[in-house]
Ligand binder design. Structure first.
Ligand SMILES: Cc1ncc(COP(=O)(O)O)c(C=O)c1O
Length: 337
């Protein structure tokens, strides 16, 4: 594909060569297996199908100027999948198994890693599902861990161009003591209606408020939220948001660039005071926000049509580390040999 085509591929499923699978039976994990099938043959009473006993991850690999392929922070995704598994009573995929499966999936599909400078990357999707039959609500005895990959463009088609967010109080994505902090399918099913409504009205995502009081910012659809003011990077602290690995990385970069960092409750009204606002995540990278519209209050918050200075600096540094254009003092990237 030409670089121009890579810029417009969008964020969607694409078939690649092989995927990696590993079964858990009788209390233990088997060996990694390669499959060229896009389909699974699982029991119709599998717990993943009925009771949402499934967790997934999302991470990316990037091709550098030097031709090397680098995977970003896969150990963090491995740990987060274990955390999600704790939340819905699934066995841990061992960290080493997770990392080996990711490396193997990338290696076996290496020709699908988009070229350096294209703006596209290889998205890696690890998935853990309960496959054993249960008809009562209880955890499965058997599991399948799969890793598949595909080339993708930016999640928000605008890329590093500011977009709009929508606040609506009639939808919650996750309950305060529920599963919002885990990367499990149910949270995403619960977000479909609100997400569709926001997109139909021209917004890139919903900016959710805390479900208990509707007073504080939670997160933006499939990404964490941040605001910047007075040389301070501020991001919501909440029990019902996914701990974003991109956000964690940006926090580290921000501190090293001399920004102060605050992770705390962020009242909705504080939107008025931010100089820059953005959404961050593996898929979204850093997506600057130009406008937040609070539909219930009929109030809009504006941040300018161009990405802010700090958002741009953070974005460029993060992408440079991912591509291998900047040193990686934190040990975040793994080169696929
Ligand atoms: C709900 C939600 N919040 C935040 C994020 C961002 O997390 P990460 O930076 O680890 O991709 C994601 C995943 O991409 C997500 O699904």
């Amino acid at each position: 594909m030409e670089i121009q085509d890579w810029k417009t591929i969008g964020f969607g499923y694409r078939k690649t060569n092989l995927n990696v699978r590993c079964y858990y039976k009788n209390g233990e994990w088997g060996e990694l297996q390669l499959s060229d099938s896009e389909y699974l043959n699982i029991h119709m009473a599998a717990t993943s199908l009925h009771y949402g006993q499934e967790a997934f991850e999302g991470l990316k690999a990037f091709k550098g100027k030097d031709g090397k392929v680098r995977v970003f922070r896969m150990d963090e995704n491995a740990k987060r999948m274990q955390h999600s598994s704790d939340g819905i009573l699934m066995p841990h995929v061992p960290i080493e198994t997770f990392k080996e499966a990711v490396k193997l999936a990338v290696k076996k599909n290496i020709e699908f890693v988009p070229p350096y400078g294209s703006g596209a990357s290889l998205y890696i999707r690890p998935l853990l599902i309960g496959v054993g039959p249960e008809i009562g609500v209880r955890p499965s005895q058997e599991y399948l861990f799969i890793v598949f990959v595909m080339p993708v463009g930016p999640y928000f088609p605008e890329g590093f161009k500011p977009t709009d967010l929508l606040i609506m109080r009639q939808f919650d994505r996750a309950a305060p003591l529920g599963t919002g902090k885990y990367k499990v399918g149910g949270n995403y099913a619960a977000s479909l209606t609100a997400g569709k409504k926001a997109k139909a009205e021209g917004y890139s995502a919903v900016l959710y408020l805390d479900a208990r009081e509707k007073k504080y910012l939670d997160e933006c659809g499939p990404a964490n939220f941040f605001g910047i003011k007075n040389n301070t990077y501020i991001t919501p602290k909440s029990e019902s948001i996914l701990p974003s690995i991109t956000n964690k990385s940006i926090i580290q970069i921000a501190e090293d660039m001399g920004l102060k960092v605050e992770r705390r409750q962020v009242p909705v009204e504080e939107l008025e005071t931010f100089e820059e606002v953005g959404a961050c995540g593996t898929a979204a990278v850093i997506s600057p926000i130009k406008r937040v519209y609070d539909a219930d209050e009929d109030k809009e918050y504006l941040y300018g049509n161009e990405p802010g200075t700090w958002s741009t600096k953070l974005y460029e540094k993060l992408r440079a580390i991912q591509d291998g254009d900047a040193p990686d003092p934190y040990g975040w990237v793994t080169v696929i040999e």
